[in-house]
Write a protein that binds this ligand. Structure first.
Ligand SMILES: [Zn+2]
Length: 105
C-alpha cells in the first residue's frame, strides 16, 4: 500500500517535471488512470493515461489500490519514437487523480 507516495511529484529525477502539465497534454491521452511510464523504445518517462484493462487490471479497479509493480506494459503513442510503442508503468499517480477530483472533473 504505497501507491499514495507520489502525490503528483516525482522526486527521483534530476530535472523538475510538471506532471500535471504532462497529464493535461494531448499526448497523455484522455481516459484512464494516470501513470508514470517509461517508453521501451527511447527510455523517456512520461505521464500517460492507461485503461486498467490495458495494464492487466479489473476495469473498475480503485486506482488508489494499484501498485505499479503489479501493472503490465501497455501500448501508447510515443512522439519521439514516432509510433505506438510499449510503455512500462513505473508509478501510479494517484495524486493527480486527487487533484482532478478537487477540481470537479
Ligand atoms: Zn519512445
Amino acid at each position: 500500500m504505497s501507491s499514495d507516495a507520489e502525490h503528483g511529484r516525482a522526486d527521483r529525477s534530476d530535472d523538475v517535471r510538471d506532471l500535471e502539465g504532462e497529464l493535461a497534454s494531448t499526448s497523455a491521452g484522455h481516459v484512464g488512470i494516470p501513470v508514470d511510464a517509461i517508453c521501451v523504445g527511447c527510455g523517456r518517462i512520461r505521464v500517460k493515461r492507461a485503461d486498467p484493462e490495458e495494464m492487466g487490471q479489473h476495469p473498475q479497479v480503485d486506482p488508489t489500490t494499484l501498485d505499479a509493480t503489479g501493472l503490465t506494459s501497455f501500448t501508447h503513442v510515443c512522439h519521439p519514437c514516432g509510433s505506438v510503442t510499449w510503455w512500462n508503468p513505473v508509478a501510479v499517480l494517484t495524486g493527480l487523480l486527487d487533484a482532478e477530483r478537487d477540481r470537479g472533473e
